[in-house]
Design a binder for this molecule. Structure first.
Ligand SMILES: Cc1cc2nc3c(=O)[nH]c(=O)nc-3n(C[C@H](O)[C@H](O)[C@H](O)COP(=O)(O)OP(=O)(O)OC[C@H]3O[C@@H](n4cnc5c(N)ncnc54)[C@H](O)[C@@H]3O)c2cc1C
Length: 373
């Protein structure tokens, strides 16, 4: 336990992008002084905040969830302004509409882009030439960016150090309790053995691990769903190098620059999810991923993508990123990515936060700013 009477202002559990950005915000904007950030990995932003498709969303991806599309439109310019060094914009982004099995037609997509105020125009002939015309109805050039998670991690390390947040790596929070005098207590496990820390405010920013604490943690009110995902990392042939491509909206695929490795990610709606399950206490998502046989499905991804974009056959598979993707169960079907922000009534001062995508951070910070600390 920290020394008797030695109560921290706040503990943030989870050193992903959310936990890091929230700890910085609490220190800089909300004046909390003694903050400890706990992270089970050996560095910051090593889990979902690294192992993802690195898309700074601008709405295009969500024709079935107007709210998520609209919030993306609001948040993208803020994200670009706040993390300019971590944003890659020097590539051409294409959205293509499939002729068969698509949940959206070219006309509907164009209208939807106008409705959310997102830039869209028919792509030029060279871009069209990359696609198999019998399978693709239309190709649009849009404005969408990628983020570099390694640079976001460097930002987090610098900012947290600058504002005096103490980072404890290789430290797992295992139990949460109500302590005396409106305090909260967190039991941690690390190489040095178990420890008990005491704080006034506690922020659970553990994404896939959000429900996996013992003690008096009541669990989330919102149901979660997990997927083990594979994002293939590809060296693209020159024809596809300066491009990002997403085929909408159904059992299709997406390729995006992945700036941290100077490669592209390739994901496929049918092959990227290896398995999924509803969150339950007895299955720790991190353990499940650790025990998952990482048999890559990249060949199947490439085979299907090549029907639409033959040039992909000249790409080379370099690596695959495996991660647990966690979404709110109610959004599994409409693809919406709202935030989860819960205050636990039985543990006053304890909050759980889950951001469906990186730029939702602003929606979380707005909620935090309505809280009195
Ligand atoms: C395959 C995939 C593709 C995605 N594509 C995109 C995309 O293109 N664009 C986009 O904006 N978003 C995308 N996302 C979503 C985005 O990655 C997440 O919204 C975001 O990274 C969540 O950040 P986080 O900090 O909450 O989670 P994380 O980065 O996972 O951070 C949680 C941290 O908590 C730590 N932790 C967990 N339990 C404990 C514990 N008990 N004690 C201590 N530490 C603990 C973990 O080690 C981890 O570092 C994607 C996600 C996945 C998985």
């Amino acid at each position: 336990m920290n020394a008797p009477g030695d109560c921290l202002d706040a503990i943030v559990i989870g050193g992903g992008f959310y936990g890091s950005a929230i700890a910085v915000h609490l220190a800089r904007q909300r004046g909390l002084k003694r903050i400890v950030l706990l992270e089970r990995e050996s560095g910051l932003l090593r889990r979902a905040s690294y192992n993802n498709q690195a898309r700074v969303h601008n709405g295009y991806h969500y024709p079935r969830s107007f709210t998520t599309a609209y919030r993306s439109r609001i948040n993208l310019p803020r994200f670009v302004a706040d993390w300019p060094n971590a944003v890659k914009s020097d590539f051409t982004k294409l959205y293509a509409i499939a002729r068969h099995n698509s949940k959206v037609t070219a006309r509907q997509f164009e209208r939807f882009c106008h409705d959310i105020g997102a830039q869209v125009r028919r792509a030029d002939a060279a871009a069209h030439g990359l696609f198999e015309p019998r399978l693709i109805e239309a190709v649009f050039q849009v404005q969408e960016y990628a983020f570099d998670s390694t640079r976001l991690a460097h930002w987090a390390e610098r900012e947290l150090a600058d504002c005096g947040v103490q980072i404890r790596l290789l430290t797992r929070a295992t139990e949460i309790y109500q302590g005396p005098d409106s305090t909260l207590q967190v039991v941690t496990e690390s190489e040095g053995g178990p420890q008990r820390l005491s704080c006034r405010y506690l922020f659970n920013c553990t994404y896939s691990g959000s429900n996996h604490f013992n003690g008096e943690f009541p669990g989330l009110d919102t149901d979660l769903r997990h997927e083990i995902t594979e994002m293939a990392l590809m060296q693209m042939p020159s024809a596809l190098q300066g491009l990002g491509v997403t085929v909408m909206d159904g059992p299709f695929f997406s390729m995006m620059p992945f700036p941290s490795r100077n490669l592209h990610t390739l994901s496929h709606v049918r092959f990227t999810p290896h398995l999924h399950w509803d969150d339950e206490k007895s299955i720790n998502p991190y353990d499940r991923l650790a025990g998952h046989e990482r048999a890559s499905r990249v060949e199947r991804m490439v085979r299907d993508v090549a029907r639409y974009i033959p040039a992909i056959l000249d790409s080379q598979h370099i690596d695959s990123l495996y991660e647990v993707k966690t979404v709110l169960a109610r959004n599994d079907r409409n693809d919406g990515r709202p935030i989860l922000f819960e205050k636990h009534a039985s543990l006053p001062g304890c909050y759980s936060v889950l951001g469906g995508k990186i730029d939702n951070i602003y929606d979380v910070l707005e909620k935090l700013d309505n809280e009195v600390f």
